[in-house]
Write a protein that binds this ligand. Structure first.
Ligand code: A5A
Length: 470
């Protein structure tokens, strides 16, 4: 049995174990084991991310180890990461001449190669990505899929362009790609421009995607950074312009980790377990024959026929010896979107009973009407319902505040506060919670104006987010 989802932290820890996403007993803090079912989910989610990126990026693979000298080259970057780097100091018993870092992210591994690859304006834009593990010695409370010391599914894209404006276009493009990805997962998000003091180390500015977890804390589920020519200057990445001059490239990078799966599990799940959108569910359909002594034959036959017809999907015919109740429980826990039940009555009338994981209401359909097209439609319907349910649950955790007093109170109650601030006063809000930064655009499901009077000083202000964060 799971704890109720209202006890979110306990629910989360239990559901990822009981639904067989992760084994969290690995004896190193912040490192966890992907189980087969979880790994399959990861593969399905990440193949969408790949599909989106492959349209105009090339996938690459860079080494895990970065020599100390390269990692230390960009001063702001290293200042941002120095507390978090794991170092390799020995090869066997021999101390190494050059200390090697386990990559915390790969700018300093990739950009020295960019220097070699970029020659002329014709080499630009350059867009690559990799999906790799990165290591960060996180000191905040570690949690599976949310705050890891080995991030196992770190998608990082790195691009180079002719100038600041072209890099900025890429930032907008990356935002569009991330929107498509999270819309596909039916996960609502808000897009903030992080304040200066919280931008990515070495970036010109950082745009972040945040979602709201069921306990009201926000989770940063992706970031897009404009790097301007900061790294290009450090790593000497220059190109020859059409008129023969030499200029530094302008760069962007953007990343998503397995937090996308943490949010998928957390936002859609319920007291019974996971609820997975049809496209990413490792098991999309389960068929459960209801067997009574002496009446098995027709039931098994019809179940097999249905299985054959739906074979293009990830479908399981659960004809194990367990009781139907135990089977329902198991497949509900794993978030299977569509369930068919076939008993003697169905077999006799050439019908099947259908239920969807989110609604759980059962209805009867003629066997002949259960076509693959119909199933795809049902899957689409389920995603739409999940999307709206998720939007509702996120919306009720947002409060628009027009006075400072309300901000403190609302953050305390685990609400994401949207309020108005000017640039000078923005940092003051750190006294109440984490400042997410300036809201870049109003989500279609929210009705609020981006501009208003700063609630601190009455000056011209913009909408900022303040919340407790993961
Ligand atoms: N090179 C750039 C892309 C970069 O490293 N950006 S980042 O530091 O912001 O990380 C990208 C994303 O990875 C973050 O937005 C966050 O969603 C996720 N992430 C960062 N640290 C993590 C950790 N310790 N565990 C899980 N996810 C993490």
């Amino acid at each position: 049995m799971l704890p109720p989802k209202s006890e979110f932290s306990d629910w989360y820890h239990e559901v990822i174990q009981q639904a067989e996403i992760m084994d969290i007993r690995y004896p190193v803090k912040g490192l966890y084991v992907w189980l087969p079912f979880g790994f399959k989910l990861r593969q399905l989610v990440y193949s969408k991310l790949r599909e989106i990126l492959d349209r105009d990026h090339d996938e690459v693979y860079f080494p895990t180890l970065i020599p100390e000298e390269l990692l230390m080259k960009e001063s702001e970057h290293i200042r941002g990461f120095e507390d978090e780097v794991y170092w390799i100091t020995h090869g066997g018993l021999e101390p190494l001449d050059v200390k090697l870092a386990l990559r915390p992210t790969s700018e300093t591994a990739i950009y020295p190669m960019f220097k070699l690859w970029v020659r002329s304006h014709a080499d630009l834009p350059l867009r690559v990505y990799q999906i790799v593990n990165v290591f960060r010695y996180e000191t905040k409370h570690t949690r599976p899929l949310i705050r890891l010391r080995e991030v196992t599914s770190f998608k990082e894209a790195h691009t180079a362009h002719r100038n600041y404006e072209e890099a900025e276009k890429q930032v907008l493009n990356a935002i569009k790609l991330y929107k498509e990805f999270y819309d596909f997962l039916a996960i609502p998000y808000m897009i903030f421009r992080r304040p200066e003091w919280d931008k990515f180390p070495g970036a010109d500015y950082t745009i972040a995607f945040d979602t709201i977890m069921p306990d009201g804390r926000t989770l940063q589920i992706g970031t897009v950074h404009h790097l301007a020519d900061n790294f290009a200057k450090t790593f000497d990445i220059k190109y020859e312009t059409p008129n023969g001059d030499h200029a530094y490239v302008h760069q962007t990078c953007y990343g998503i980790s397995e937090r996308c799966i943490a949010s998928l599990i957390s936002i859609h799940g319920d007291d019974l377990g996971l609820i997975l959108p049809f496209d990413v569910a490792p098991v999309q359909i389960v068929i459960i024959p209801i067997l009574y002594k002496g009446k098995e034959e027709g039931v098994i036959e019809l179940s097999r026929k249905l299985y054959e017809r739906l074979k293009e999907f990830r479908v399981v015919l659960d004809d194990s010896d367990e009781r139907p109740g135990a089977k329902y429980y198991k497949w509900e826990l794993k978030g299977v979107p569509i369930r068919f039940e076939i008993g003697p009555r169905e077999a006799e009338n050439n019908k099947v009973v259908v239920s969807f994981r989110d609604e759980r209401r059962k209805f009867s359909v003629a066997f002949d009407d259960v076509t693959p097209e119909r199933v795809v439609d049902w899957g689409r319907g389920l995603r739409e319902r999940l999307r709206w349910k998720a939007i509702e649950s996120v919306r009720e955790k947002i409060l628009i505040c027009r006075s400072v007093e309300d901000v403190a109170d609302a953050v305390e109650k685990r609400l994401l506060v949207l309020t108005y601030s000017c640039e000078d006063c923005e940092r003051e809000f750190e006294n109440y919670g984490s400042v997410l930064g300036k809201l870049e655009e109003v989500p279609e499901w929210l009705d609020v104006s981006l501009e208003g009077e700063c609630v601190m000083c009455g000056g011209k202000g913009y909408l900022v987010g303040v919340a407790r964060t993961y």
